[in-house]
Ligand binder design. Structure first.
Ligand code: DGP
Length: 114
């Protein structure tokens, strides 16, 4: 997707503070952090929303949550706690239409983060 911000980050056209990458997944700092730790975990493949995840993407969410789990340990928020969430479409608060997990932690979270 040529005009997708997250595709541009995944392909290196746009800069980001990347903290993890493999052949399918990339993770980087959210530019507008809502918590002391706020990372985004995205597939390299352009998938607009959770609604667009198909059978051919089987296992992808598992891999993304496995990256969240690993980052929580690396960032030392696994024991204090964290939140992983996906916003879908306008009522879900989605702004960037490229599937992503938010990983939030480093403070006692409320539901005011969204
Ligand atoms: P959502 O509302 O779930 O679509 O969240 C999109 C997130 O993406 C939001 O927390 C801010 C972040 N974001 C938007 N543009 C950029 C960008 O250019 N770079 C980075 N690193 N994050 C971005």
């Amino acid at each position: 997707m040529t005009d997708c911000i997250f595709c541009k980050i995944a392909s290196g056209i746009l800069p980001a503070s990347i903290i993890y990458q493999d052949e399918k997944i990339i993770a980087f700092d959210d530019i507008y952090p809502k918590a002391p730790t706020h990372k985004l975990i995205i597939p390299r493949k352009h998938i607009a929303t959770l609604n667009d995840l198909s059978a051919e993407d089987k296992g992808l969410i598992d891999e993304m949550t496995a990256v969240a789990q690993k980052l929580a340990v690396d960032l030392k928020i696994d024991q204090s706690g964290y939140r992983v969430l996906i916003n879908c479409n306008p009522d879900g608060g989605q702004v960037v239409y490229h599937l992503h997990l938010h990983l939030l932690g480093g403070k006692r979270l409320t539901f005011k983060e969204w």
